[in-house]
Design a protein. Sequence first.
Length: 230
Amino acid sequence: MTDLVDYQLNDGVATITISNGKANALSHEVFEALNTALDRAEEDKAVVILTGQPGIFSGGYDLKEMQKGPEEATALVTVGSTFTRRLAAFPLPIIGACSGHAIAKGAFVLLSVDYRIGIEGSFKLGLNEVAIGMTMHHAGIEIARHRLAPAHFYRSVVNAEIYNPAGAVEAGYLDETVEPDALMARANEVAQQFKQLNMKAHAQTKQKAKAGYLELLDQCILKDGEALGL
């Protein structure tokens, strides 16, 4: 599709790969390309695998954008929160194939998809916002609360604790881990299992199960924008 996001369709499975530099940073351009890829997956009625480059799923928002000023940072966060809200409500199953580190917004993406597979190794996953001087936004708090294990919510959001892959499974960032060379094979295996679902029932049940959460996210996204002047 673009140099930043690749889209490959094979046997009813759409593999979307983020490829944006060493940190696999999430910029306006990356989010635009990701949304275009999701549009295409909906048209193709495909189960989605969302992955990154070897060793890095995503290190979070593009710092060059975030450091331009409060208004620019808020605009990017709003786009990012809206994207993760779309992932949470996506009518087709989405598998996160976490190819390495997943920090900050990279971890929020994992918290927003249906099933998460990580790789074993010396990788870091978690929410480091408080550690780097950022007050957690309302949407981020609720995304974390929705998916993290209760015992790890406070440790992740308030204490900015970072996990290894095994700890990330316990905390709720991942559902399982595999050897690095088995990641995409396992993701495709899960995708084939998801293909057996009744997609109408999947979409409608997801909407029912998450109705209150999605409404809360919409309120939080507005609140975050208002708090910083958008």
